[in-house]
Structure formats: structure tokens, C-alpha cells
Design a protein around this ligand. Structure first.
Ligand code: FMN
Length: 191
């Protein structure tokens, strides 16, 4: 059974909901998901640190990186994690693991592509094998309604009411199907 780590930051909960749906997809396909949330309090004096998260990432067959889109790129908190994981890069510890990424933003474009491109570059630096999103856009179900093939995207307009985060069902389904795809690809590579 392949283990897929889902490491992500979420300020207001939307990216978290996508991560949970992705984890459900991993389970549906017979894999074991590990949800690993990056939080601001793991950053001490500007340096991210959490040995247990790093241990889970090192043990996984695949790693999916998730971040909301902030100013057209990944959130600063997530960048702190990525920079700290450069210690693993020195040993190429994640080489040949499968990798993927997802994001969520407030605007329909929101320059989300910048986030996914950066996540793919980071994976390439680690020698990982990037898996894209293979779902055809379906206006009826909303699956891949934003037409993103680098990885699933979600979008919800900014809600200042203080209500709990909500994500479009099609965006959640896209994340779920992506989780299933990651397990299928990981199974092929490990068989
Ligand atoms: C600092 C900051 C920068 C943001 N920059 C963008 C942006 O460039 N494009 C966009 O569409 N939304 C932007 N947003 C909105 C977030 O992407 C959006 O609220 C998203 O749902 C947050 O995900 P989360 O709930 O997982 O934190 C920004 C929000 C913050 C707080």
C-alpha cells in the first residue's frame, strides 16, 4: 500500500478542505494518506522546524504540496517549510518519489499558475517525478472547471463574514480524483 503525504499550509481553511478531499481520494484508491499541516508556530526566528513532519515526508512514497495563492505565489509560511527542507535536497532524500501540487485562491485567475509552477520547480530540484492533473474540464460536475493540468486548483471569492470556509464541490472532487491518480501512478512506479 503506497503512502502519500499531503503537506500544506492553509490560513483560512480552503486549502485544508482541498487537502482533506485529496486524502479521501488517496484512501479510495487504496493508498494511505498522511495529512501534514504547516502552521506559523512551526516557524521560530524565521526558520521552519518540525522533525516529525520531516520524518513522515521522508517515509512517504509520494508528496503532494499545497498552498493558497498569496500575491501570485505560495504563502510565506509554506516557503519557510520548503526552504528548511533544502536540508533534504543536499542528500537528494526525496529523489524519485512522486510529487504533486494544488492551490486555492480568491480570484478566478488569481495568478494561481505561479503557485503550481513554483511547487513543480521545487519538486524538480528534489529530483522528484511530477504528476499532473489529468481530468478533462467538466462544466456539469465542476471537475477541473478551472482547466488546470499542472495540479488541481480551487477558487472561492473572499468572504469577510467570518463564516467557515467553503469550497466548490467540483474543486473538492478534482482534489479527490487527483489523490486517486497519485496512488495509481505510485503503484505503477513501485510495482
Ligand atoms: C496575503 C494574501 C495574499 C493573497 N493573494 C492572492 C492572490 O494573489 N490571488 C488571489 O486570487 N487571491 C489571493 N489571496 C486570497 C487567498 O488566495 C484566498 O483567500 C484563499 O482562499 C486562501 O486559502 P486558505 O483559506 O487555505 O488560507 C490572498 C490572500 C492573502 C491573505
Amino acid at each position: 500500500m503506497v503512502a502519500i503525504a499531503i503537506v500544506y499550509f492553509s490560513g483560512q481553511g480552503h486549502t485544508h478542505l482541498m487537502a482533506e478531499s485529496l486524502a479521501t481520494g488517496v484512501e479510495t484508491a487504496g493508498g494511505t494518506p498522511h495529512l501534514l499541516r504547516i502552521t506559523g508556530d512551526q516557524i521560530v526566528n524565521g526558520r521552519w522546524q518540525d522533525e516529525s513532519i520531516l520524518a513522515s515526508l521522508n517515509a512517504a512514497d509520494g508528496i503532494v504540496f499545497g498552498s493558497p495563492t498569496y500575491m501570485g505565489g505560495i504563502a510565506g509560511q509554506f516557503k519557510c517549510f520548503i526552504d528548511a527542507a533544502s536540508a533534504t535536497w543536499f542528500q537528494q532524500g526525496w529523489k524519485d518519489k512522486i510529487a504533486g501540487g494544488f492551490t486555492h485562491s480568491g480570484s478566478p485567475s488569481g495568478d494561481k499558475q505561479g503557485t503550481l509552477l513554483y511547487l513543480a520547480i521545487n519538486a524538480a530540484q528534489h529530483g522528484m517525478i511530477w504528476v499532473g492533473n489529468a481530468e478533462m474540464p467538466n462544466p456539469e460536475t465542476g471537475v477541473n472547471r478551472l482547466g488546470s493540468f499542472m495540479g488541481p486548483m480551487g477558487q472561492s471569492y473572499l468572504d469577510m463574514s467570518g463564516a467557515p470556509a467553503k469550497v466548490e464541490p467540483g474543486d473538492l472532487e478534482s482534489a479527490n480524483l487527483y489523490g486517486q491518480r497519485l496512488v495509481a501512478v505510485a503503484n505503477k512506479l513501485t510495482s
